[in-house]
Design a protein around this ligand. Structure first.
Ligand code: DQA
Length: 142
């Protein structure tokens, strides 16, 4: 069983980008930490794109290939009906994760389209949020 971990725009720069908000760890660190918490029988695929359509295509692919989705939609969280619609075509568990506490930040970050579909939402735990999300998908998809 494969868990898709999808990351939206600018998260390729994680570790370099605004480290005072997002920390110094990179997406490679995220992948390594998530692999360490996978339950038996689960694998993961971590992906990142700056393109909304690519995220939509990966969610469509997940319909056939993935038992659950962990998604940090980044800025698309607050703008993308297309990502929400795509997630609504996926039948397995979906956990939304934000590294920062979006509720403590600008008001435009307080609304999430993706939360209308997510089974759980994590914000403000830093990159540890990804590990919590993976554990939850393992529980829900067991
Ligand atoms: C983010 C929060 C979003 O508001 C922002 O656009 C991001 C990252 C987070 O992980 O804290 O790019 O999703």
């Amino acid at each position: 069983k494969t868990i898709y971990i999808l990351n939206g725009p600018n998260l390729n720069l994680l570790g370099k980008r605004q480290p005072e908000i997002y920390g110094h760890d990179t997406l490679d660190d995220v992948e390594r930490n998530c692999r360490a918490v996978l339950a038996d029988g689960f694998d993961l695929k971590l992906m990142q794109s700056n393109w909304e359509g690519q995220i939509v295509d990966w969610i469509h692919e997940a319909r056939e290939q993935a038992c659950g989705i962990v998604i940090n939609p980044a800025a698309l969280t607050h703008t993308s009906v297309a990502v929400l619609d795509a997630l609504n075509t996926f039948e397995g568990p979906v956990i939304e994760i934000h590294i920062s506490n979006v509720h403590k930040r600008e008001s435009f970050r307080h609304h999430s389209y993706v939360s209308m579909r997510a089974d759980g939402v994590i914000a403000g735990l830093g990159i540890e949020g990804y590990e919590a999300a993976v554990r939850r998908v393992c529980t829900l998809a067991a």
